[in-house]
Ligand binder design. Structure first.
Ligand SMILES: [Zn+2]
Length: 259
């Protein structure tokens, strides 16, 4: 992992560790510096407040900082917006792509978690393949799991949209790999999404997805809604729908930690 402050590389190359990430995050917070970890390139980007370097598209200072707290301090989360780049995921009847909805929701969720003190690692924070351009699906999944495992994240949250041949299928499902902690997290997130987003509750369920199987920490995969259903596609495309999805996943995580 390389560290860049105000556009300048610090000498040396250090192992990505959760302790280092937390320390950097806390230092940056105390000094009111912007900080962002780019998991794909293993870069920590820092901009100090008085820097002449343009601020990174990171912490948005002076924005309405609502519900700020330290409830998730010292927690590290890996958020995985499903698909991206050459892989659009499923497409809705109006032509929107799953990869755009998953990214939008994950970015909102990142902000909410960070406002509560968490350190967040994104497997991607823009529309791109994570491994390399046009990567095959297996490789994409492998690097996403590595990002979470290398950083020793506390939770892995993958965000997807469901799709079915019939347009009538609707609702939210949260998948886990059957271990006790993941089951509990999936159950709470699933409940919160149902309450806030108002989608049909399809339950929290076991699934043997690669990202759930090979991550070292409690891990869930949320199918927020059906992109193949025209109404739910609109929900996924709307600001409110995305906000509510992110809010409810954040709420589920808080409940999991009982904070
Ligand atoms: Zn998907």
């Amino acid at each position: 992992m390389r560290i860049i402050i105000d556009g300048h590389y610090l000498p040396g190359n250090v192992r990505v560790s959760r302790d280092l990430l937390i320390t950097l995050k806390n230092v940056a917070k105390n000094l009111k510096w912007g900080i962002r970890y780019d998991a794909t390139r293993e870069l920590v980007l820092i901009n100090s407040k008085d820097s002449s370097v343009p601020p990174l598209p990171v912490d948005k200072p002076n924005e309405e900082r609502v519900e700020e707290s330290a409830r998730l301090a010292n927690k590290v989360f890996c958020l995985d917006p499903g698909h991206g780049g050459s892989d659009p995921g499923s497409l809705g009847p109006a032509g929107t792509a799953e990869k755009d909805h998953t990214l939008a929701i994950a970015l909102l969720l990142r902000d909410k978690l960070e406002k509560n003190g968490a350190t967040v690692i994104m497997t991607r924070d823009s529309d791109k393949d994570v491994a390399y351009p046009d990567a095959i699906p297996d490789e994409e999944l492998r690097v996403r799991v590595s990002a979470a495992n290398d950083a020793e994240a506390d939770l892995f949250i993958s965000i997807h949209n469901d799709s079915f041949t019939s347009k009538t299928a609707v609702g939210t499902t949260t998948f886990h790999y059957g271990d006790r902690e993941s089951v509990q997290l999936a159950k709470l997130v699933q409940e919160c999404i149902g309450n806030r987003l108002g989608t049909k509750d399809r339950g929290s369920r076991f699934a043997s997805f690669y990202t759930l199987r090979y991550t070292d920490m409690p891990a869930i995969l949320v199918e927020v809604a059906f992109i193949s259903n025209p109404v739910e596609e609109m929900l996924l495309s709307s600001t409110d729908g995305r906000e509510n999805a992110a809010d409810s996943i954040c709420e589920g995580i808080m409940k999991y930690y009982k904070v």
